[in-house]
Design a protein around this ligand. Structure first.
Ligand code: GLN
Length: 297
């Protein structure tokens, strides 16, 4: 075999070496190469000696460089699986995380498979939470809000590919502001759910490079990380049915502070908390007990 011949095996070995001091792994190289070849990873192992042509090498090289710069593999290849569903992602959205699956799973424990809740997902990003819920609750309908037009464009694509166009609406909105003034949304939702930006501004620069390469607008929760919870918890009761649920993902050390915010609003039940896979309280959920604006339903 001529030394300069780039086989799958040799290319992966080279990538592994190149990634060593760049916080990336051989597995990342394998995923990028499978993406270029349009094959699954097992193919690489069974075709180790297969030579790659110039076109394939030219397509692979820039992806390796982007990974070395700190972009996640998901952002580079534009795909991420979440709750068993294939999501389109991009460099403009928060990449769906396993922690957020804990939130979706928690919500699925309170709604019967045949129920038809009306769901509001605030800061929907690529549609992560809304579409997973709509997929597993086939009678449900929903509305997703986001302040990022780029994220909404990705959410539109996911809505189409997940065949949810009939059941999901999307709207450009700074938190809940697009709903205000439209009485049709008052006391309407059975569930308001959100994974808002919750990283304290100054901590963003201490995060993993992959996270720092995600849009800061999806991460930055203000000085103490709690800005969006203060607004969301205060505004949500207006749109939630009595008995409806509010569920949020929170940062690793925010359970107490966010619970206190909810108490101060005064219309929520005792909090129900769920831990993530690492044993950290990551999900908080309440029911709206009273009604702060005189209506009942
Ligand atoms: N969980 C994400 C992280 O730790 C942040 C997501 C968010 O701000 N909502 O990187």
């Amino acid at each position: 075999m001529p030394k300069e011949l780039w086989t799958i095996g040799r290319l992966l070995q080279w990538t592994e070496q190149y990634f060593l001091d760049k916080g990336a792994s051989r597995l990342d190289g394998e995923v990028l190469l499978s993406h270029i070849l349009g094959k699954d990873r097992i193919y690489l192992y069974t075709h180790y000696d297969e030579p790659l042509n110039k076109q394939e090498l030219d397509a692979y090289r820039p992806l390796v460089l982007e990974r070395a710069k700190g972009y996640s593999v998901a952002a580079i290849i534009g795909k991420k699986e979440f709750m068993g569903l294939p999501f389109i992602v991009s460099k403009d959205v928060l990449i769906p995380r396993p922690d957020t699956e804990t939130l979706v799973e928690d919500i699925l424990t309170v709604f019967d498979k045949d129920s038809a809740p009306y769901i509001l997902d605030v800061c929907t990003g690529p549609g992560t939470i809304l579409y997973s819920l709509l997929h597993y609750l086939p009678q449900a309908m929903g509305l997703g809000l986001d302040i990022s037009k780029e994220a909404l464009a990705v959410a539109v694509k996911n809505r189409e590919q997940l065949e949810l166009t009939e059941r999901a609406k999307l709207c450009y909105s700074d938190l809940l502001s697009a709903l205000s003034g439209d009485t049709v949304y008052e006391n309407t939702f059975d569930l308001i759910v959100s994974n808002p930006p919750y990283i304290p501004s100054e901590e963003i620069l201490t995060l993993e490079p992959e996270v720092q390469h995600e849009p800061v607008i999806a991460l930055d929760g203000g000085v103490d990380g709690l800005d969006f919870y203060r607004r969301l918890l205060a505004e949500a009761p207006k749109y939630l049915k009595t008995g409806g649920y509010l569920a949020v993902e929170i940062g690793y050390d925010q359970a107490e502070a966010v619970t206190d915010i909810a108490k101060s609003v005064g219309v929520y039940s005792e909090v129900m908390a769920q831990k993530d896979l690492g044993g950290i309280v990551r999900i908080l959920r309440w029911q709206k007990t009273g009604d702060d604006n005189g209506h009942r339903n």
